[in-house]
Design a protein around this ligand. Structure first.
Ligand code: CP
Ligand code: NVA
Length: 308
Protein backbone atom coordinates (compact mmCIF):
# COMPACT_ATOMS: atom_id res chain seq x y z
CA UNK A 1 0.00 0.00 0.00
CA UNK A 2 2.85 2.38 0.85
CA UNK A 3 4.03 4.60 -2.00
CA UNK A 4 6.19 7.70 -2.35
CA UNK A 5 3.83 10.60 -2.94
CA UNK A 6 3.07 14.03 -1.55
CA UNK A 7 -0.26 15.30 -0.18
CA UNK A 8 0.01 19.04 -0.67
CA UNK A 9 -3.51 19.67 -1.94
CA UNK A 10 -6.68 17.69 -1.28
CA UNK A 11 -6.63 17.18 -5.06
CA UNK A 12 -3.59 14.94 -4.60
CA UNK A 13 -6.13 12.32 -3.52
CA UNK A 14 -8.77 10.77 -5.77
CA UNK A 15 -12.39 10.30 -4.73
CA UNK A 16 -11.74 6.58 -4.20
CA UNK A 17 -8.68 7.27 -2.06
CA UNK A 18 -10.55 9.79 0.10
CA UNK A 19 -13.33 7.26 0.71
CA UNK A 20 -10.70 4.59 1.47
CA UNK A 21 -9.06 6.93 4.04
CA UNK A 22 -12.42 7.61 5.67
CA UNK A 23 -13.19 3.89 5.86
CA UNK A 24 -9.81 3.17 7.45
CA UNK A 25 -10.28 6.12 9.83
CA UNK A 26 -13.67 4.73 10.95
CA UNK A 27 -12.02 1.38 11.65
CA UNK A 28 -9.14 2.99 13.59
CA UNK A 29 -11.57 5.10 15.60
CA UNK A 30 -13.50 1.99 16.55
CA UNK A 31 -10.31 0.11 17.45
CA UNK A 32 -9.07 2.97 19.66
CA UNK A 33 -12.42 3.12 21.46
CA UNK A 34 -11.98 -0.58 22.23
CA UNK A 35 -8.43 0.01 23.45
CA UNK A 36 -6.86 -1.71 20.45
CA UNK A 37 -3.70 -0.02 19.18
CA UNK A 38 -1.73 -1.83 16.50
CA UNK A 39 1.74 -1.03 15.21
CA UNK A 40 0.68 0.12 11.76
CA UNK A 41 3.55 2.62 11.71
CA UNK A 42 6.13 0.56 13.58
CA UNK A 43 9.62 2.11 13.53
CA UNK A 44 8.47 4.96 11.28
CA UNK A 45 9.41 8.56 12.03
CA UNK A 46 7.53 11.69 11.02
CA UNK A 47 9.24 15.09 10.94
CA UNK A 48 6.81 17.93 11.70
CA UNK A 49 8.02 21.38 10.61
CA UNK A 50 6.03 24.29 12.05
CA UNK A 51 6.51 27.84 10.81
CA UNK A 52 3.20 28.77 12.53
CA UNK A 53 1.54 27.77 15.82
CA UNK A 54 -0.76 24.75 16.19
CA UNK A 55 -2.69 22.81 18.81
CA UNK A 56 -4.72 20.19 16.93
CA UNK A 57 -2.40 19.47 14.01
CA UNK A 58 0.66 19.09 16.19
CA UNK A 59 -0.92 16.94 18.89
CA UNK A 60 -3.03 14.76 16.60
CA UNK A 61 -0.11 13.91 14.32
CA UNK A 62 2.14 13.24 17.30
CA UNK A 63 -0.39 10.99 19.03
CA UNK A 64 -1.19 9.29 15.70
CA UNK A 65 2.44 8.26 15.25
CA UNK A 66 2.74 7.22 18.88
CA UNK A 67 -0.47 5.14 18.89
CA UNK A 68 0.75 3.23 15.84
CA UNK A 69 4.21 2.40 17.15
CA UNK A 70 6.04 5.24 15.38
CA UNK A 71 7.57 8.51 16.46
CA UNK A 72 6.94 12.17 15.59
CA UNK A 73 9.53 14.93 15.86
CA UNK A 74 8.33 18.49 16.49
CA UNK A 75 10.59 20.81 14.51
CA UNK A 76 10.04 24.51 15.02
CA UNK A 77 11.13 26.46 11.94
CA UNK A 78 13.20 28.91 13.97
CA UNK A 79 14.96 26.16 15.90
CA UNK A 80 16.07 24.51 12.66
CA UNK A 81 18.91 25.94 10.59
CA UNK A 82 16.13 27.05 8.23
CA UNK A 83 15.64 29.94 10.63
CA UNK A 84 19.27 30.97 9.97
CA UNK A 85 19.01 30.71 6.21
CA UNK A 86 19.75 27.06 5.34
CA UNK A 87 17.92 26.38 2.10
CA UNK A 88 14.63 24.53 1.94
CA UNK A 89 16.18 22.17 -0.61
CA UNK A 90 19.10 21.20 1.67
CA UNK A 91 16.73 20.78 4.63
CA UNK A 92 14.55 18.46 2.54
CA UNK A 93 17.56 16.45 1.36
CA UNK A 94 18.82 16.10 4.93
CA UNK A 95 15.52 15.17 6.59
CA UNK A 96 14.91 12.58 3.84
CA UNK A 97 17.92 10.67 5.25
CA UNK A 98 16.34 10.48 8.73
CA UNK A 99 12.54 10.35 8.63
CA UNK A 100 9.96 8.44 6.60
CA UNK A 101 7.63 11.42 5.99
CA UNK A 102 7.46 15.14 6.68
CA UNK A 103 4.41 17.18 7.67
CA UNK A 104 4.73 20.94 7.25
CA UNK A 105 2.74 23.99 8.38
CA UNK A 106 3.97 27.01 6.46
CA UNK A 107 3.19 30.65 5.77
CA UNK A 108 3.55 30.34 2.01
CA UNK A 109 2.18 27.41 0.02
CA UNK A 110 5.21 27.62 -2.32
CA UNK A 111 7.46 26.55 0.56
CA UNK A 112 5.83 23.11 0.66
CA UNK A 113 6.08 22.72 -3.11
CA UNK A 114 9.78 23.65 -2.95
CA UNK A 115 10.42 21.24 -0.07
CA UNK A 116 8.56 18.42 -1.84
CA UNK A 117 10.68 18.92 -4.96
CA UNK A 118 13.81 17.92 -3.03
CA UNK A 119 12.30 15.44 -0.59
CA UNK A 120 12.76 11.71 -1.09
CA UNK A 121 9.99 11.02 1.43
CA UNK A 122 6.27 11.95 1.34
CA UNK A 123 5.42 15.52 2.30
CA UNK A 124 2.04 16.33 3.88
CA UNK A 125 0.52 19.81 4.03
CA UNK A 126 -0.43 20.58 7.64
CA UNK A 127 -1.82 24.00 6.58
CA UNK A 128 -0.60 26.68 4.22
CA UNK A 129 -2.14 29.98 3.16
CA UNK A 130 -3.78 28.07 0.27
CA UNK A 131 -4.99 24.77 1.68
CA UNK A 132 -5.60 22.58 4.72
CA UNK A 133 -6.20 19.09 3.29
CA UNK A 134 -5.81 17.16 6.58
CA UNK A 135 -8.56 19.26 8.15
CA UNK A 136 -10.90 18.38 5.33
CA UNK A 137 -10.35 14.63 5.73
CA UNK A 138 -11.45 14.94 9.38
CA UNK A 139 -14.42 17.10 8.36
CA UNK A 140 -15.57 14.53 5.82
CA UNK A 141 -15.35 11.74 8.41
CA UNK A 142 -17.45 13.92 10.74
CA UNK A 143 -20.06 14.73 8.08
CA UNK A 144 -20.42 11.05 7.21
CA UNK A 145 -20.80 10.13 10.90
CA UNK A 146 -23.39 12.82 11.60
CA UNK A 147 -25.36 12.75 8.35
CA UNK A 148 -24.80 9.14 7.28
CA UNK A 149 -23.54 10.28 3.85
CA UNK A 150 -21.01 12.54 2.15
CA UNK A 151 -23.45 13.82 -0.42
CA UNK A 152 -24.69 16.79 1.66
CA UNK A 153 -25.25 20.45 0.90
CA UNK A 154 -22.76 22.64 2.76
CA UNK A 155 -22.69 26.41 3.28
CA UNK A 156 -19.40 28.15 4.00
CA UNK A 157 -20.01 31.42 5.85
CA UNK A 158 -17.16 33.92 6.32
CA UNK A 159 -13.72 34.28 4.79
CA UNK A 160 -12.88 32.45 1.54
CA UNK A 161 -9.65 31.16 3.10
CA UNK A 162 -7.37 28.11 3.09
CA UNK A 163 -9.90 25.78 4.77
CA UNK A 164 -12.63 27.02 2.42
CA UNK A 165 -10.34 26.38 -0.56
CA UNK A 166 -9.71 22.75 0.37
CA UNK A 167 -13.42 22.20 1.08
CA UNK A 168 -14.35 23.61 -2.33
CA UNK A 169 -11.90 21.25 -4.02
CA UNK A 170 -13.16 18.31 -1.91
CA UNK A 171 -16.77 19.10 -2.85
CA UNK A 172 -15.77 19.02 -6.50
CA UNK A 173 -13.88 15.74 -6.16
CA UNK A 174 -16.65 14.04 -4.18
CA UNK A 175 -19.59 15.74 -5.90
CA UNK A 176 -21.34 17.35 -2.92
CA UNK A 177 -23.04 20.73 -3.16
CA UNK A 178 -21.35 23.79 -1.70
CA UNK A 179 -22.43 27.40 -1.42
CA UNK A 180 -19.94 30.03 -0.26
CA UNK A 181 -21.07 33.28 1.39
CA UNK A 182 -18.33 35.88 1.85
CA UNK A 183 -18.19 39.67 1.90
CA UNK A 184 -17.32 41.15 -1.49
CA UNK A 185 -13.56 40.95 -2.03
CA UNK A 186 -13.10 37.97 0.32
CA UNK A 187 -14.18 35.25 -2.11
CA UNK A 188 -12.01 32.12 -2.49
CA UNK A 189 -9.04 32.53 -4.83
CA UNK A 190 -9.95 32.43 -8.53
CA UNK A 191 -7.35 29.73 -9.20
CA UNK A 192 -9.13 27.47 -6.68
CA UNK A 193 -12.51 28.18 -8.27
CA UNK A 194 -11.21 27.40 -11.74
CA UNK A 195 -9.51 24.23 -10.50
CA UNK A 196 -12.84 23.21 -8.90
CA UNK A 197 -14.69 23.88 -12.16
CA UNK A 198 -12.11 21.85 -14.09
CA UNK A 199 -12.83 18.90 -11.78
CA UNK A 200 -16.55 19.38 -12.44
CA UNK A 201 -17.58 21.21 -9.27
CA UNK A 202 -20.33 23.83 -9.23
CA UNK A 203 -19.70 26.34 -6.47
CA UNK A 204 -22.36 28.95 -5.76
CA UNK A 205 -20.86 32.27 -4.59
CA UNK A 206 -23.07 34.62 -2.58
CA UNK A 207 -22.66 37.69 -0.38
CA UNK A 208 -25.75 36.95 1.73
CA UNK A 209 -25.22 34.48 4.59
CA UNK A 210 -28.97 34.12 5.28
CA UNK A 211 -29.65 33.02 1.73
CA UNK A 212 -26.63 30.68 1.83
CA UNK A 213 -27.83 28.68 4.84
CA UNK A 214 -31.37 28.01 3.55
CA UNK A 215 -31.73 24.34 2.71
CA UNK A 216 -28.22 23.20 3.73
CA UNK A 217 -27.25 20.23 5.92
CA UNK A 218 -23.99 21.77 7.16
CA UNK A 219 -22.90 25.31 8.05
CA UNK A 220 -19.12 25.76 8.24
CA UNK A 221 -17.24 28.81 9.45
CA UNK A 222 -13.67 29.75 10.37
CA UNK A 223 -11.85 32.73 11.86
CA UNK A 224 -12.07 36.12 10.16
CA UNK A 225 -8.36 36.71 10.73
CA UNK A 226 -6.18 33.79 9.71
CA UNK A 227 -2.58 33.32 10.83
CA UNK A 228 -0.43 35.91 9.11
CA UNK A 229 -3.30 38.38 8.57
CA UNK A 230 -3.09 40.04 11.99
CA UNK A 231 -2.37 43.47 10.48
CA UNK A 232 -5.74 43.41 8.70
CA UNK A 233 -7.57 42.61 11.92
CA UNK A 234 -9.54 45.84 12.43
CA UNK A 235 -10.73 46.05 8.83
CA UNK A 236 -11.69 42.40 8.77
CA UNK A 237 -13.71 42.53 12.01
CA UNK A 238 -15.73 45.44 10.56
CA UNK A 239 -16.21 43.81 7.15
CA UNK A 240 -17.29 40.38 8.42
CA UNK A 241 -19.79 41.58 11.07
CA UNK A 242 -22.84 40.39 9.14
CA UNK A 243 -21.28 36.96 8.64
CA UNK A 244 -21.36 35.80 12.27
CA UNK A 245 -22.80 32.30 12.80
CA UNK A 246 -25.31 33.03 15.55
CA UNK A 247 -28.80 31.90 16.58
CA UNK A 248 -30.44 34.40 14.27
CA UNK A 249 -28.57 33.02 11.25
CA UNK A 250 -29.45 29.48 12.31
CA UNK A 251 -33.14 30.42 12.33
CA UNK A 252 -32.89 30.65 8.51
CA UNK A 253 -31.52 27.07 8.30
CA UNK A 254 -33.11 23.62 8.56
CA UNK A 255 -33.77 22.29 12.07
CA UNK A 256 -31.30 19.42 11.68
CA UNK A 257 -28.41 21.52 10.36
CA UNK A 258 -25.00 20.85 11.93
CA UNK A 259 -22.41 23.55 12.58
CA UNK A 260 -18.72 23.00 11.85
CA UNK A 261 -15.56 24.95 12.61
CA UNK A 262 -11.97 23.76 12.16
CA UNK A 263 -10.90 25.59 15.37
CA UNK A 264 -9.34 27.57 16.93
CA UNK A 265 -12.52 29.67 17.23
CA UNK A 266 -12.66 33.34 18.06
CA UNK A 267 -15.81 33.12 20.13
CA UNK A 268 -17.97 36.22 19.79
CA UNK A 269 -16.50 36.99 16.36
CA UNK A 270 -17.27 34.43 13.61
CA UNK A 271 -19.35 32.25 15.95
CA UNK A 272 -21.24 32.86 19.20
CA UNK A 273 -20.83 30.83 22.39
CA UNK A 274 -24.49 29.93 22.12
CA UNK A 275 -24.01 28.23 18.73
CA UNK A 276 -20.59 26.63 19.26
CA UNK A 277 -21.74 25.17 22.59
CA UNK A 278 -25.11 24.01 21.22
CA UNK A 279 -26.04 20.47 20.27
CA UNK A 280 -25.87 21.44 16.59
CA UNK A 281 -22.13 22.01 16.93
CA UNK A 282 -19.80 19.12 16.01
CA UNK A 283 -16.52 21.01 16.36
CA UNK A 284 -14.87 18.69 18.88
CA UNK A 285 -15.80 15.63 16.83
CA UNK A 286 -13.98 17.30 13.95
CA UNK A 287 -10.99 17.91 16.20
CA UNK A 288 -11.00 14.27 17.37
CA UNK A 289 -11.29 12.99 13.82
CA UNK A 290 -8.04 14.72 12.89
CA UNK A 291 -6.38 11.90 14.83
CA UNK A 292 -8.14 9.05 13.04
CA UNK A 293 -7.98 10.44 9.50
CA UNK A 294 -4.30 11.40 9.80
CA UNK A 295 -3.47 7.91 11.07
CA UNK A 296 -5.27 6.53 8.03
CA UNK A 297 -3.37 8.90 5.71
CA UNK A 298 -0.01 8.08 7.31
CA UNK A 299 -0.68 4.35 7.09
CA UNK A 300 -1.59 4.76 3.43
CA UNK A 301 1.63 6.68 2.73
CA UNK A 302 4.23 4.93 4.89
CA UNK A 303 2.57 2.22 6.96
CA UNK A 304 1.07 -1.24 6.80
CA UNK A 305 -2.59 -1.82 7.54
CA UNK A 306 -2.11 -5.59 7.57
CA UNK A 307 -0.16 -5.89 10.81
CA UNK A 308 -1.36 -7.90 13.80
N1 CP B 1 -7.66 23.10 12.90
C1 CP B 1 -6.33 23.19 13.10
O1 CP B 1 -5.53 22.94 12.21
O2 CP B 1 -5.98 23.55 14.37
P1 CP B 1 -4.50 23.94 14.87
O3 CP B 1 -4.18 25.27 14.28
O4 CP B 1 -4.63 23.98 16.36
O5 CP B 1 -3.54 22.88 14.41
N1 NVA C 1 -7.87 29.78 8.50
C1 NVA C 1 -7.19 29.50 9.74
C2 NVA C 1 -7.21 28.02 10.03
C3 NVA C 1 -6.52 27.60 11.29
C4 NVA C 1 -6.54 26.11 11.49
C5 NVA C 1 -5.76 30.02 9.65
O1 NVA C 1 -5.13 29.86 8.59
O2 NVA C 1 -5.26 30.60 10.60
Amino acid sequence: MASMRHIISITDLTKEEIIEILDIADRLKDERRKGILKEYLKNKSLGMIFELPSTRTRVSFEVAMNDCGGKALYLNWNDLQLGRGESIADTARTLSRYVHAVMMRVKRHETIAEFAKYSDVPVINGLSNMEHPCQILADLQTIREKKGKINVKLAWVGDGNNVCNSLILASSILGFEMVVATPKGYEPKSEILSKAREIGGEIELLNDPKKAVEDVDVIYTDVWVSMGQEKERNDRIRTFKEFQVNSELLSYAKGDVIVMHCLPAHRGEEITDEVIDSEKSVVFDQAENRLHTQKALLIKLIGDLNVG
